[in-house]
Design a protein around this ligand. Structure first.
Ligand code: AMP
Ligand code: MG
Length: 417
């Protein structure tokens, strides 16, 4: 803990504590397969059938008995056809070939497939000729895909707690599953707080700023499959906040807010949550995003993010979304960001003690090496830095300096959700 400022919790500890204190709260529903993209799987899916279900051909060509090849001379009779969905019925007659299509069942007795490009066939494909050279090159089992070589009946093909991707949905479809057990979406109420805020679309009062944070929060929440209620803007007023949060807590699993969690006069979120419920964590050793509050009102989880737009996005992506994914039943491994070691293309100095994320882009230098370059400001108020960036560079708590050429961790933004 020696690099940590007193009173701040390390992100890794904060996540461990939050994961242990926040239960998996999303209930389970049976959902049509086509609606399951991005959902958290709540069952182990076992294969009912082997894939492929039968030995089949990897190519268009001719199936033969490999043992026949030694004695084949001149024209070979094609004694049948096996097409995908229309198998050849019976055993391949000795000394003959079966015309076979990709994916079609290998006829009984056949044990190799010669591709059609390597034989010459007569017009109606009833006779083929195979050159000595091709015969010499043909091996036993050539171009055969064996039953079960992809999936064996009984294998666990998808594990509980996975966040489902297109390939996961596809493999379930390949087993004939029409529906899966997944988490119901969490219901999340979203507010922005601050007297200075105006709604996009409305006129901007003098000294006002448009509320951008609500749009960042809602976007992140939708990405991970939450049901969001947009509750708009709240003034920096104790009673207004208390009434709004008290009501929202009755009808939502989670409340997520921005602004008002620091220690200024207008920062009223903490006293409100303190009165209505309980504050369970506050202030993380992270930059941006330090004054992050976790609390609860009844059973409702309350997350109060600071107001600076970059803090909202960074702490949202690295703390809140992992925690909510956990609350939806995701495995811990599914909540970890992708961290890629890359070469630093910049110099940087800073005070130690907090984990920091610089807005970054990955570029290829003149030597073809990928290196990360950092945005020219670390201000957490500059939303343009997040639009410019394709990723974040993560600096460990104890790291005080980065020099060009050092290895740093790059977190692609696309890998953060
Ligand atoms: P706060 O955490 O409330 O002290 O706000 C910190 C900074 O973030 C201030 O400059 C606010 O004006 C700004 N800010 C707060 N809420 C929002 C918001 N919803 N959208 C954009 N900026 C905001
Ligand atoms: Mg404020």
């Amino acid at each position: 803990m020696k690099n940590i400022k007193p009173g701040l919790t390390l992100l890794s500890d904060a996540l461990d504590i939050a994961f242990s204190e926040v239960p998996v709260r999303a209930s389970i529903e049976e959902r049509q397969l086509i609606e399951c993209y991005g959902a958290v799987l709540r069952e182990n899916v076992t294969a009912n059938v082997s894939v492929p279900s039968v030995d089949n051909s990897a190519m268009d060509g001719y199936a033969l008995r490999h043992a026949d090849l030694k004695t084949l001379k001149g024209p070979v009779k094609v004694s049948g056809v096996s097409l995908a969905g229309h198998p050849y019925v019976g055993t391949i007659p000795k000394g003959t070939a079966i015309r076979i299509a990709t994916g079609a069942a290998i006829p009984d007795g056949a044990d190799c497939v010669i591709i059609q490009e390597n034989v010459s066939a007569n017009d109606d494909e009833t006779i083929i000729e195979i050159s000595d050279d091709v015969i010499a090159r043909t091996t036993l089992n050539q171009n055969i895909r064996w039953a079960g070589e992809d999936i064996k009946a009984g294998d666990v093909i998808l594990s509980e707690g996975m966040v489902l991707r297109p390939q996961d949905i596809a493999i379930a479809a390949g087993q004939g599953r029409g529906a899966l057990k997944v988490s119901k979406p969490l219901s999340v109420a979203v507010f922005s707080t601050g007297d200075e805020l105006a709604k996009p679309g409305d006129a901007l009062p003098p000294g006002g700023i448009y509320d951008s944070n609500r749009f960042a929060m809602i976007g992140m929440l939708r990405e991970i499959g939450c049901n969001v209620t947009d509750l708009g803007l709240l003034a920096d007023n104790f009673d207004v906040l208390r009434n709004a949060l008290g009501d929202a807590a009755q009808t939502h699993d989670v409340i997520m807010t921005s602004g008002g969690v620091s220690v200024g006069k207008a920062d009223l979120l903490k006293p409100v949550v303190d009165q209505l419920g309980e504050i369970t964590a506050w202030k993380l050793a992270i930059k941006p995003g330090k004054p992050l509050m976790r609390g609860k009102i009844g059973d409702c989880l309350v997350i109060g993010l600071p107001g600076n737009p970059v803090s909202v996005l960074v702490s949202g992506l690295l703390y809140v979304m992992p925690l909510l994914r956990h609350a939806m039943g995701a495995l811990r491994s599914q909540t970890e960001p992708v961290r890629i070691p890359v070469c630093a293309g910049f110099d940087f100095k800073r005070g130690t003690g907090r984990r920091e994320w610089l807005r970054a882009r990955l570029v290829q230098n003149d030597d073809g090496v990928f290196e990360a370059v950092a945005f020219n400001s670390t201000s957490s108020g500059m939303l343009s830095s997040m639009v410019w960036a394709d990723g974040l560079i993560e600096l460990a708590e104890g790291c005080g300096k980065v020099s060009k050429g050092d290895t740093v961790l790059y977190l692609p933004l696309r890998g953060l959700q």
